[in-house]
Ligand binder design. Structure first.
Ligand code: MD3
Ligand code: FE
Length: 199
């Protein structure tokens, strides 16, 4: 896709059933919610987390927190099915030794989008980010290092994994409004898992 960005087409398909079973358990403990940005806008994407740290936003800002602000309890643990897949994908992409401490789980229903942004709330930009796409396909917008750089468009499909490291790590990116459709396993939604080393 670009220097530092590797797309592993269909890499998650062999373990899709395990991922979805573990996702159900996580969402029972830490339900999806629409968080509010520091600017006061409610996000169209619903989010939850698993792992030692979770990404949260509210009126006070963006941060990683060990506890779910809705329940006051720690985020559910990162299941081995999630961790092993992310570590194997990072290895395949040439980023050996990746050890994520956070997994942000995004749920897109038709019309939900994520505007262009950089992921810069992590301590160490040397670690890559691994993203797993499940369910309905989405158009991924891949920009440059400046917000004004015109993004290229890539289609991310069920089972695709992308690894973003090196010079790609701080590129602007987003997701175009999700088109409606029906996925055999997930119905009318797209789920994206992003594995990060937050600390
Ligand atoms: C490129 N999520 O959660 S994943 C996010 O599909 C996020 O839900 C999108 O952007 C989604 O922050 C895109 C692909 C992705 C994730 C992190 C990146 C691409 C990236 C970090 C740097 C460059
Ligand atoms: Fe992002």
């Amino acid at each position: 896709m670009a220097e530092g960005a590797v797309l592993l087409h269909g890499f998650a398909k062999p373990v899709e059933v395990d991922l979805l079973a573990d996702l159900r358990d996580i969402v029972e403990q830490a339900p999806f919610r629409h968080m509010v940005t520091p600017g006061g806008h409610q996000m169209s994407v619903a989010m939850t987390n698993c792992g030692g740290l979770g990404w949260v936003t509210d009126r006070t800002g963006y941060r990683y927190d060990a506890d779910d602000p809705e329940t006051g309890k720690p985020w559910p643990a990162m299941p081995p099915s999630f961790r092993e897949l992310a570590e194997q994908a990072a290895d395949h992409a040439g980023f050996g030794g990746f050890s994520p401490d956070a997994c942000l789980i995004n749920r897109y229903q038709p019309g939900a989008r994520m505007s262009l942004h950089q992921d810069e709330d992590e301590e160490d930009f040397a670690a890559p980010i691994v993203s797993v796409s499940l369910g309905l396909p989405a158009i991924f917008l891949f920009g440059g290092l400046k917000r004004s750089d015109t993004p290229r468009r890539f289609r991310l499909q069920h089972g695709d994994i992308a690894v973003w490291g090196g010079p790609a790590r701080l590129r602007f990116h987003g997701i175009a409004p999700l088109a409606d459709g029906e996925h055999a396993l997930l119905g009318r939604q797209r789920i994206n898992l992003t594995f990060r080393k937050a600390l």
